[in-house]
Design a protein around this ligand. Structure first.
Ligand SMILES: *[C@@H]1O[C@H](CO)[C@@H](O)[C@H](O)[C@H]1NC(C)=O
Length: 174
């Protein structure tokens, strides 16, 4: 047998022995795991003591704003029919907050636990990425850092509340 044929046969034989091709399932989001993680994130955020009650306003509007809006298809009935858009928005938010927690703003108060949970959630949400332009990072002058930390955590808290509801609903219907 010609070496090439032998090689091809050797390569293809295992494939021929497999049962007939089943369409490969696309990786799908593990809703229950996401629900549990987002609830853990909520609890972590809830236990953090913060002394600053002043919110620094940041320009958070724009296509990549890290909050979930009504138009993001995260309501229960849309979620049940097609969760893609909502999961894409959640993915964008998770990436945003992961970047924020890793930025200069948190240099003096790193948040390894929060980062770890965000990291895990990022690995679980399986949806094609929709790119968008993130809001520019705020100037992190050292005097402003505590305020920016606080603002980021406040926003992450409300983002997490919505995300948690989305995953809880999704996990209950899947
Ligand atoms: C779900 O929505 C996404 C984004 O709008 C779209 O690309 C996709 O084709 C939809 N999937 C189904 C099954 O309708």
């Amino acid at each position: 047998m010609a070496p090439l044929r032998r090689l091809l046969l050797a390569l293809c034989l295992p494939a021929m022995l497999l049962p007939p091709a089943v369409p490969f399932p696309a990786p799908s989001t593990d809703w229950a795991a996401c629900r549990d993680l987002s609830q853990r994130l909520s609890r972590l955020l809830g236990t953090m003591k913060e002394s600053h009650r002043v919110l620094v306003s940041e320009d958070m509007e724009g296509e990549c704003a890290p909050h979930i809006r009504c138009s993001d298809a995260c309501d229960p009935s849309t979620l049940d029919t097609n969760s893609t858009l909502c999961l894409q928005r959640i993915l964008q938010g998770l990436q945003h907050y992961q970047a924020r927690l890793g930025s200069d703003i948190f240099a003096t108060h790193p948040q390894p636990e929060l980062k770890a949970v965000l990291e895990e959630l990022l690995s679980l949400v399986q949806v094609p990425m929709r790119s968008c332009r993130p809001p520019p990072p705020p100037q992190a002058d050292s005097w402003a850092q505590p305020l920016l930390q606080h603002g980021t955590l406040e926003r992450l808290r409300s983002f997490t509340a919505v995300m948690s509801r989305v995953f809880t609903h999704g996990a209950s219907t899947r």
